[in-house]
Design a protein around this ligand. Structure first.
Ligand code: FMN
Length: 206
């Protein structure tokens, strides 16, 4: 682990180690190699992450979520990072259920520390089997989560990665992602923007 002021968490919200895993790990490798960022990874692969059931124990007790499952591994990474990359497969034109469960469970983080996510910078990667399979609404949902939780959403700028990285796997897993040159370029643009804005927020920017 290096001591870079840029600490990036990449999440793959797929239960498989295929397309989304490949896209998120590509983003983290690029962040580390090009920008010297410190990186952490979390995958939903073989993880148990239950739904928020709105028991409100987190709001009453302010000691985190009552459920003890694999979110226990993710929560510290979320708090450590000042830059998040949420990567998800597109399911029915939207984020995966795995990602929705993770995001809903963040209510418990905010319940005990209301500003714990404030000013963290966030970006999204949406990996669809179709070229126009709903990547953009999926990215918007990720951006909405950031806005709601006082984070700073970024895309990758105009001409290639407007709302985030839209990746086309052609349902061919990691090989499909690695063949999607435009998708990979979008990921690099998103990481560049994420690192630049995180540096500004951290006071380490140009
Ligand atoms: C339940 C389900 C719904 C899906 N819905 C869509 C969709 O709406 N649009 C799309 O482009 N691909 C859709 N796909 C295909 C996946 O998004 C695509 O294969 C993706 O690359 C899988 O990522 P993974 O290999 O990381 O699991 C769906 C797949 C599943 C299992």
């Amino acid at each position: 682990m290096n001591d870079s002021p840029i600490r990036v968490l990449g999440v793959s919200a797929s239960s498989r180690r295929k397309a989304t895993d490949s896209a998120v790990r590509y983003a983290l490798e690029y962040a580390a190699e090009k920008h010297g960022a410190a990186v952490e990874y979390f995958t939903a692969h073989r993880k148990t992450i239950g739904f928020c059931v709105h028991c409100d124990a987190c709001v009453r007790k302010k000691q985190g979520c009552a459920f003890k499952d694999d979110m226990e591994e993710l929560y510290p990474k979320m708090m450590w990072a000042n830059a998040w990359i949420l990567g998800t497969p597109v399911y029915q034109g939207q984020i995966s259920g795995q990602l929705k469960a993770m995001l809903d469970r963040c209510r418990a983080l905010v319940a005990s520390h209301p500003q714990v996510l404030r000013d963290k910078v966030g970006a999204g990667i949406a990996v669809g089997g179709d070229r126009s399979g709903g990547q953009e609404p999926t990215l918007r949902s990720i951006q909405d989560f950031y806005i709601i939780n006082e984070m700073l959403p970024v895309g990758g700028g105009a001409f290639g990665a407007n709302l985030g990285a839209a990746v086309w796997s052609r349902d061919k897993g990691a090989a499909g992602v690695q063949a999607d040159e435009e998708g990979l370029a979008a990921i690099r643009r998103v990481v560049d923007m994420l690192v630049r804005v995180t540096g500004l927020v951290a006071g380490a920017g140009p």
